[in-house]
Design a binder for this molecule. Structure first.
Ligand code: CAA
Length: 285
């Protein structure tokens, strides 16, 4: 019998975690959202409040539905709050040690049947899963930014993920109104493996002053129908996140396409992280 998803935990309320919590609560499911401290909880809550206000302003949500959505999310700073969840989605920063530690801790908190999922963009689900006593119930559940808007969800299965867990997670993603695709555990999965070589190439063209940032972005928007140019997209993703993804893919594949362009690291060191820091390739209010 298919699993029910009545209560879902979301660990980490950055851009992705907050978006994921919003999508799940929008579907009528109770969400327990966990962050490290009150300040981080407040940032996550504000993100969800602003995003859902935008959805109302754009006629994507009624005021009533927004109120119900917000009421379905409870916030906590203690991981133990996810006890009783049918599924936990982890969305903390891309660090395999930290993610593995969270999974090991979650393993001791939730019931035996609970599925543990990571929203990692490129780290190995297999490597994270072995830190639990239930690697067969560990999957990747990879959303795209902005999570309330982008339809794709990648479901990543490892060599030990139980087939019915994959089936149930795929139908869960469908319940959320998403388009799920299933893929094995290889850095970058499908979309990032294809996307990041292109983004990295754009940075290298920018670095060599081959064209201005505006012209690089305009070319892909107006010539290829992309909703955003590559540099604007990198600002949305976050330069630090993009760098981590490229590094992980490069380490695994040794494909030079994915060797991070040096200026990326320099921009990160200088604090230019994209939209979230107010400045990346472009400047934001
Ligand atoms: N809930 C529901 N819908 C919402 C919403 C919310 N909280 N907020 C906005 N929307 C809707 C809007 O109503 C609008 O819908 P319509 O098109 O029907 O009018 C749509 O979302 C777009 O929103 P906006 O009008 O606010 O913004 P925009 O038109 O300027 O588009 C964008 C912004 C969605 C980011 C678009 O430019 C886009 O799709 N860019 C590409 C993003 C992309 O490639 N993401 C993937 C990044 S890679 C990744 O995420 C993987 C990784 O691991 C790093």
């Amino acid at each position: 019998m298919a699993r029910e998803f009545a209560k879902v935990g979301v660990v980490g309320l950055g851009t992705m975690g907050a978006g994921i919590a919003e999508v799940i609560a929008r579907t009528g499911i109770d969400v327990v959202a966990v962050e490290v401290d009150e300040e981080a909880v407040d940032r996550g809550r504000t993100h969800i409040e602003q995003s859902t206000a935008r959805a109302v302003a754009k006629d994507k949500l009624t005021e009533d539905d927004r109120a119900h959505l917000l009421a379905r999310i409870t916030y906590a700073t203690d991981l133990a709050a996810v006890a009783g969840a049918d599924l936990v989605v982890e969305a903390i920063p891309e660090n395999v040690q930290r993610k593995s530690a969270i999974f090991a801790e979650l393993d001791g908190i939730v019931g035996q049947e609970t599925i543990l999922a990571s929203n990692t963009s490129s780290l190995s689900i297999t490597e994270i899963g072995v830190h639990t006593g239930r690697p067969g119930k560990v999957v990747g559940l990879h959303f795209f930014n902005p999570a309330p808007v982008q339809k794709l969800v990648e479901v990543i299965r490892t060599v030990v993920t139980e087939p019915d867990v994959v089936t149930d997670v795929v139908s869960f993603a469908g319940m959320l109104g998403k388009e799920p695709v299933v893929i094995g555990d290889r850095a970058g999965f499908i979309a990032n493996a294809l996307l990041f070589g292109y983004l990295n190439h754009a940075v290298s063209m920018y670095e060599s002053r081959y064209a201005t940032r505006e012209d690089l972005d305009a070319a892909m928007r107006f010539g290829c129908g992309y909703p955003m140019g590559p540099l604007a997209l990198l600002d949305l993703i976050g330069l630090d996140t993009a760098y981590e993804i490229l590094e992980t893919m490069y380490r695994q594949s040794r494909n030079r396409l994915h060797a991070p362009t040096p200026v990326l690291k320099q921009m990160i060191t200088a604090g230019l992280l994209g939209r979230k820091s107010g400045r990346g390739f472009y400047t934001y209010d």
